[in-house]
Design a protein around this ligand. Structure first.
Ligand code: COA
Length: 262
């Protein structure tokens, strides 16, 4: 469903980390369908190539760079590639993330560090490099992909929850620091979303998702991408430092009445 004009992001350039698959690729499609040129990055070149071919075949403007967002020098390099290619950068979507379900005692020291490094340090690296290399002088908008579950206790997700709590904090701190430069920073926190690697890792059934939120509806990648689109658009020009939860109300339904009534 398109509720925005197809031109609202005309002449804009968006960097989407982890943009070759899943929610990141859907965000790339949605932004491109509204006029933006998209630059996706991730660790795996063949996957990036396939995604860019898919975007180009749909008639969109797209390019890619290979980078591990945990490595600051690689992040600097990929932003330079983007600027050489497009000459500008308007939107940064910090979407790349790592995750696996495991209890605290089942995560190795390095496993915990790997997830925090990807989700939190990676978001910081891309935010800092984008700000210093382009956004500070030109303004823009950043959306970080967070999660809703760190508001409570998250069994089997202690590493991700800790990292995403940091992402929420970074969202607010960078919103305050960058506001004077005409840069808005917000986050989108997806709940259970169908057809994603994250859901496959949790092996939850779509049916269970349906009854576990008050709307009784399955979340789709397009729901997340549309929230990102809204926050990047001028319709959100007075919104910064906020975390928009997109989960059909699951996280606020403490007594699971949606499930009982469903
Ligand atoms: N359970 C417990 N530990 C695990 C694990 C699992 N399912 N998967 C990985 N680990 C541990 C590894 O054993 C390793 O620790 P060790 O060195 O002590 O053995 C550590 O995590 C790093 O794993 P590795 O695969 O070497 O690191 P990586 O940097 O290539 O991968 C991950 C990062 C672990 C986050 C990996 O799951 C990944 O690449 N994910 C990207 C995709 C993704 O997570 N998508 C879902 C998003 S919701």
């Amino acid at each position: 469903m398109n509720v925005f004009s197809k031109e609202i992001l005309q002449n804009k350039v968006a960097l989407i980390t982890g943009g070759a698959t899943g929610i990141g690729l859907q965000i790339a499609h949605t932004l491109a369908a509204h006029g933006a040129s998209v630059f996706i990055c991730s660790r795996k070149e063949p996957v990036l190539q396939r995604a860019v071919e898919e975007l180009l075949a749909a008639g969109f403007e797209a390019a890619y760079g290979v980078c591990d967002i945990r490595q600051a020098d690689q992040v600097e390099c990929v932003i330079e590639q983007l600027l050489n290619h497009y000459g500008r950068l308007d939107f940064v979507i910090n979407n790349a993330a790592g995750n696996f379900p495991a209890p605290i005692s089942g995560i190795s020291y390095n496993g915990f560090k790997s997830v925090v490094d990807i989700d939190l340090l990676g978001t910081y690296n891309v935010t800092k490099a984008s700000f210093e290399r382009y956004l500070k002088a030109n303004g823009g908008s950043i959306v970080n992909i967070s999660a809703p579950f760190q508001q409570g206790g998250a069994a089997y997700q202690s590493h991700v929850a800790a990292a995403k709590a940091g992402v929420d904090s970074l969202t607010r701190s960078s919103a305050v620091e960058f506001g004077p430069y005409g840069i808005r920073v917000n986050a989108v926190a997806p709940g259970a979303t169908a057809d994603t690697e994250g859901m496959q890792r949790f092996t939850r059934e779509v049916d269970a998702m349906e009854v576990n939120n008050p709307l009784g509806a399955v979340g789709h990648k397009s729901d997340i991408a549309n929230a990102v689109l809204f926050l990047l658009s001028d319709a959100a020009s007075y919104i910064t430092g906020q975390v928009l939860v997109v989960d059909g109300g699951a996280s606020i339904d403490l007594f699971k009445l949606g499930k009982i009534n469903g």
